[in-house]
Design a protein around this ligand. Structure first.
Ligand code: NAD
Length: 485
């Protein structure tokens, strides 16, 4: 019997879904089964140019002229539509990315929350009056930038699309979204929803396509005012270099190797179940993953024994099964890369306590599964303790005192997130001040709050997303002086 063609998904350019100008298509596979789920048109650099020109025209003629309340109403309609279609969107994300269905649903609803947050926030986000030394009044205006290119990673495709699109649109910009090659489906669905919700065609366009061609062309396009990029540090550097010629605004949300610090006075009953998932959530494919556990020596062995038991008990399997806790990795190629780090860790002399294997049972053999892996006896100079693995590999390192814990946490190139577990408030504050990251949580594994700024330091990035900061970074502040003379 012939294998049926997977459904076609066109790029969203203007008001219509269509083929890319090069006629190329990419087959998207379900990471849990390897089965093709969609045949997606690839946008070319030429399509990128058309989309940007249309976005610029829509921006000037229409969207920037709408009042904040009109834009907010459109954002509310998008949020309502996301909520209404949450089940279908969650299923789409689950099948495309391999995340457990409940987690996918949570991320879709976070996207609706994000549109609602910015619909409200923009109504209170204005300029200021500034006391100046000339006779008169100086006031500032918050103005949109124009066309913003948003380049997305594959690990949280829908949520991160909304973190960029919602504040940019709220401020009156037009947005061209470029999803990651392997995960374009939920961003395309978001584009459809936005059109249905009455956004003028061209205000939010979605172009799946290759990073090196389409992505690079969007970054360099003279009509693109801002590039909001989430992805690897390596590509982030390239984006910044290319954007420099046009002096574009750039925000970069990049990789991480965050630490979870567990002190001897921590409430372990609260800490361990939560901390475990700060490492393994989304199968460790999370920029904020606490993939390094720094554990005080006096409790080290007890904590590791508990973590090993919990890691072994994680249910890895079909993302559609409600009892599943961890799905597959995004692609077989990515699993191979993560698996190579398990071998690196063993060669470096760390002790693999469990996991790091590809299940061979028939139910999982066709998916890109890898069992969660725990390493003990690691040192800070090992590659597994320094490099971003971006998979379910957790590395534990012991420490003696507070000073050593902070020094270890600051080892390495990255500075994104982290957790501190202690009952001592003074210590929590001292350690929080000492750690060079953009985000931290105390006695919690949270990283993201829509209302708070989010972003990294060092090799983890530049600029902040979310919070009111996102409205600031998607706008320019213009000073206007009114003379009283
Ligand atoms: P990636 O850097 O390979 O790709 C990210 C995006 O950039 C994709 O859409 C890709 O097509 C595009 N791209 C590739 N080359 C390009 C170029 N030359 N010009 C413009 N665009 C280009 O990253 P990935 O593998 O999709 O995602 C994983 C990485 O993302 C990890 O390092 C992870 O830590 C990071 N990430 C960071 C955050 C954060 O908020 N800090 C969030 C999620 C993921």
């Amino acid at each position: 019997m012939p294998v049926p063609e997977p459904p076609f998904e066109g790029i969203l350019l203007g008001a219509a879904r269509r083929e890319g100008s090069g006629g190329e298509r990419r087959t998207i596979a379900n990471p849990a089964t390897g089965e093709p789920i969609a045949s997606v048109a690839e946008a070319t650099a030429e399509d990128g140019d058309r989309a940007v020109r249309l976005a610029e025209e829509t921006f000037r003629r229409d969207w920037r002229r709408r009042t904040p309340r009109e834009r907010a109403a459109a954002l509310h309609r998008i949020a309502a539509s996301i909520r209404e279609k949450a089940d279908a969107l969650a299923l789409l994300e689950c099948r495309n990315v391999g995340k457990p269905l409940a987690a996918a649903r949570g991320e879709i609803l976070l996207g609706a929350d994000c549109f609602e947050f910015y619909a409200g926030a923009v109504l209170g986000f204005g300029g200021r009056t500034v006391p100046v030394s000339k006779r008169g009044t100086c006031l500032t205006l918050r103005e949109p930038l124009g066309v913003c290119a948003a380049i997305l990673p594959w690990n949280f495709p829908f949520a991160i699309a909304t973190w960029k699109a919602a504040p940019a649109l709220a401020m009156g910009n037009a947005v061209v979204l470029k999803p990651a090659e392997d995960t374009p489906l939920s961003a395309l669905a978001l584009g459809d929803l936005a059109l249905e919700a009455g956004l003028p065609p061209g205000t939010l366009q979605v172009l799946p396509g290759a990073g090196e061609t389409l992505g690079a062309a969007l970054v360099a396009h003279p009509l693109v005012s801002k590039v909001s990029f989430t992805g690897s540090t390596e590509v982030g550097r390239e984006v910044m270099r290319r954007a420099a010629d046009g002096l574009k605004r750039v925000s970069l949300e990049l990789g991480g190797k965050s630490a979870c610090l567990i002190f001897e006075d921590a409430d372990l009953d609260r800490c361990l179940p939560s901390a475990l998932w700060s490492a393994f959530d989304n199968a460790g494919q999370d920029c904020c993953s606490r993939s390094r556990f720094l554990v005080q020596r006096s409790i080290h062995d007890r904590v590791l024994a508990d973590l090993e038991a919990r890691t072994r008990a994680i249910r890895v399997g079909d993302p559609l099964d409600p009892s599943t806790e961890m799905g597959p990795l995004i692609t077989p190629a990515h699993r191979k890369r993560v698996r190579s780090y398990v071998e690196v860790g063993e060669r470096e002399g760390a002790r693999r306590l469990c996991g790091g294997e590809s299940p061979t049972d028939p139910a999982r053999a066709r998916g890109s599964y890898l069992t969660p892996c725990l390493f003990a006896g690691a040192r800070a100079d090992m590659r597994i303790a320094r490099e971003e693995i971006f998979g379910p590999v957790l590395v534990a390192i012991p420490f003696g005192d507070e000073e050593e814990a902070v020094a270890l946490a600051n080892e390495g190139a990255y500075g994104l997130s982290g957790s501190i577990w202690t009952r001592d408030l003074g210590r929590a504050l001292r350690v929080a001040r000492g750690i060079e990251t953009g985000v931290l949580s105390v006695n919690s594994s949270a990283s993201v709050h829509l209302e708070a700024p989010f972003g990294g330091r060092k090799a983890s990035g530049l600029g902040r997303e979310l919070g009111l900061e996102a409205l600031a970074t998607f706008s320019e502040e213009k000073s206007v002086f009114l003379s009283e003379e």
